[in-house]
Design a protein around this ligand. Sequence first.
Ligand code: GDP
Length: 202
Amino acid sequence: MEIKTAKFVISNTDVSKCPNPTMPEYAFIGRSNVGKSSLINSMTNIKGLAKISGRPGKTQLINHFLINDNWYLVDLPGYGYAKISKSQREKWQKFIEKYILTRQNLMNVFVLLDSRHKPQQIDMEFMQWLGEHGIPFSMVFTKVDKLNTSEKSKFLPAYKKEMLQIWEEMPPHFVTSSVSNEGTEELLNYIDEVNPYFEYQG
Ligand code: GDP
């Protein structure tokens, strides 16, 4: 898929204030610093569309972008950073869960995972929660340019082994880098393939 236009639409914490669900939507989520903003910018080829920052926990908002005037890309706030208060975390959990469980046009959640790290409990639990609620998701491994050849051949089988302790099969997964652009075309092609399945429930 070629990205012709990408426009910021709205940021909020309330699913009822999100754009009308007239087009298919794809959400991106992951632990803070996983490389989500970089990946969104590299997929859309627009620097600065999603804000990259070294400060964890900066955005606590559901950010909608309209792509090619026919689908929404949603940048969800990251989870798992230590420095926020319990009440902030609970607030995050509440609106993110509500968004994921009630958003009618949500076709897929892309769960971003840092390819350099071993499976983390918080990610495993989040994916399990998605599975329990029947929410379609894919795994997106980030920052693979940081791995050497040997590490690159090993991280996926290791993750798969861990996933198969819980899951019957490995969910769809993508191996990406925002630096080399590896995997971004595959992500866009996947979205292109899923888009026709969208039906507006008006
Ligand atoms: P976010 O908090 O998940 O949105 O993460 P960011 O996109 O802000 O990235 C966090 C840090 O990782 C920044 O310093 C990025 O430059 C770096 N980063 C993100 N993606 C990649 C990647 O694919 N390769 C490399 N080498 N660094 C990356």
